[in-house]
Design a protein around this ligand. Structure first.
Ligand SMILES: [Zn+2]
Length: 79
């Protein structure tokens, strides 16, 4: 049973399914790409939802407490 099992989208009421997504964030003027982020995605409108623990990990990742796994044009992180 996934974290998002039985959850409905708060915007359209659609079903939310768990997916791995890539996130782009602009941090201090630089774009970073965070790959493989677990998220709940609405099947109807595509709205993404993130669990609190995922957001915390994202924050830590973005603020440099974890090393980039590889650098291409932007630092690339994977959760
Ligand atoms: Zn929706």
């Amino acid at each position: 049973m996934s974290f998002w099992e039985g959850e409905d989208c708060e915007y359209c009421g659609g079903r939310i399914v768990e997916k791995r997504v890539d996130l782009h964030r602009k941090i201090n003027g630089k774009y970073v790409l965070i790959e493989n982020v677990p998220a709940g995605v609405c099947r109807e409108c595509g709205t993404r939802y993130y669990a609190a623990n995922v957001l915390k990990t994202l924050e830590e990742t973005i603020h440099g407490r974890r090393k980039a796994q590889q650098e291409v044009l932007v630092p690339v992180y994977a959760l």
